[in-house]
Design a protein around this ligand. Structure first.
Ligand code: P1T
Length: 403
């Protein structure tokens, strides 16, 4: 995106993040949306109420969060959930026995686990393919395909799918296209504008941004689909608490500021790692050497803050690097202000069988960094000291069973 256009986008975005759905409260003028910590609402007569009857169905703090998120995704509607997986599970209730779903091969381990170890038992069938290739998507589409599920960038390999092309294939086959936009955040990518039907978020990550709340959301434009999902949100009940909605909303106010810093720091670190003698490969869509770089540059406004890399000497060396890092904390999750590091094969993606991980290109020694917004020189110094010392590897460590 041209600089001027990006500047305009981010100005409007930053304003919407602070104001949409967040008018001062009418009774008292409270500037911040209150935490409506109530399970139920008084009715003046049976069935007569002020738009809220029970907090699983709707709650004013959730209404505010949903309005803000819908605005940021340029969506007509948004529904909030108790976690990203709560959102995913509810989305999948749109489908029934015999339906076929095409999914990116490289997806969050919990998404794979939901598909393979839960939903297959309910008669849904799945094809996991490299969705960065339109040909691959086309190859597995059948008359029963109802959904193309895409992560872009993917977790943890940062693969990029051409969302417009994938949505086009889905639509030609009468299927929906869902994009898990967690890694980009709406600041850098708005999939509905590229033709997707549904956008899913783990709001736990960049949207809330402070590693203090777990949540999820689905944004969309189509009214009948929204009505069905709204029904399912209430019927299945994976809804967020008012306090969780408050925290997510508070985080969103600074999303624009944070995302620029995440990207700046991640770019710096990707370039540092790219030239490091102990590093075999760096995965960051902002690097011109990344195979998805051109598509990412065309469909995103920036490359976000996750960098993955392989060290030359594999898992044992990766473990040692993690053991030496001081500022980067070893933890699952991502997208918070603080820098985190993890080994996907052992942590976030351990529920994917080893042979499937290998097929997806996920090396046991892959290290994933969630680059925070600390001083970048401090982060580089931390990586330098952790990777600098001579590593003598005696330990041959097996990858353990799923967490
Ligand atoms: O953790 P939860 O809020 O339920 O979100 C699940 C989820 C969905 N989609 C993507 C792309 C994700 O990365 C996640 C959660 N991921 C991690 C916890 C992780 O460390 O990768």
């Amino acid at each position: 995106m041209a600089r001027r256009k990006l500047q305009r986008h981010s100005q409007q975005f930053a304003t919407r993040a602070i104001h949409v759905g967040q008018e001062p409260e009418s009774a008292t003028g409270a500037i911040t949306v209150p935490i409506y910590q109530t399970s139920t609402f008084a009715q003046t007569a049976p069935g007569v109420h002020k738009g809220y009857d029970y907090s699983r169905t709707d709650n004013p703090t959730r209404t505010a969060l949903q309005a803000a998120l819908a605005s940021l995704e340029s969506a007509a509607y948004c529904l909030a959930f108790s976690s990203g997986m709560g959102a995913a599970t509810t989305a999948m209730l749109l489908f029934k026995h015999g339906d076929h779903i095409v999914s990116s091969r490289d997806v969050y381990g919990g998404t794979y686990r939901l598909f393979k170890r839960v939903l297959e038992d309910f008669g849904l069938t799945f094809s996991f393919v490299e969705t960065s290739s339109a040909k691959e998507i086309e190859r597995v589409m059948t008359g029963r395909t109802r959904l193309v599920w895409i992560e872009s960038p993917t977790n943890p390999l940062l693969r990029i799918t051409d969302i417009r092309a994938a949505a086009g294939i889905a639509h030609r086959h009468g299927a929906l296209c869902l994009v898990d936009n967690t890694f980009a955040s709406p600041f850098f990518q708005r999939p509905l504008a590229l033709g997707a039907d549904l956008v899913l978020h783990s709001t736990t990550k960049y949207l809330a941004g402070h590693a203090d709340v777990v949540g999820g959301a689905i944004c969309l434009n189509e009214r009948s689909l929204y009505e069905r999902l709204k029904f399912l949100q209430n019927a299945a009940g994976a809804t967020p608490s008012p306090f969780d909605c408050f925290l997510a909303l508070r985080g969103i106010k600074t999303l624009a500021l944070r995302m620029r810093e995440h990207e700046k720091n991640a770019t710096h670190i990707a370039n540092f790692l790219k030239d490091h003698p102990r590093v075999r490969r760096v995965y960051y869509p902002g690097l011109s050497s990344h195979p998805g770089h051109e598509i990412a540059a065309a469909q995103m406004d920036g490359f976000s803050g996750i960098v993955s890399f392989e060290v030359k000497r594999g898992l044992a060396e990766a473990r040692r690097v993690l053991g030496r890092l001081k500022i980067f904390k070893i933890a699952e999750s991502l997208g918070g202000v603080e820098s985190l590091v993890e080994l996907p094969a052992i942590m976030t993606h351990a529920s994917i069988p080893a042979e499937e991980r290998t097929r997806a290109g996920l090396d046991d020694g892959l290290i994933r960094l969630s680059v925070g917004i600390e001083n970048v020189e401090d982060l580089v110094a931390d990586l330098k000291q952790a990777m600098g010392r001579k590593v003598s590897i005696r330990l041959k460590t097996a990858v353990s069973a799923p967490a």
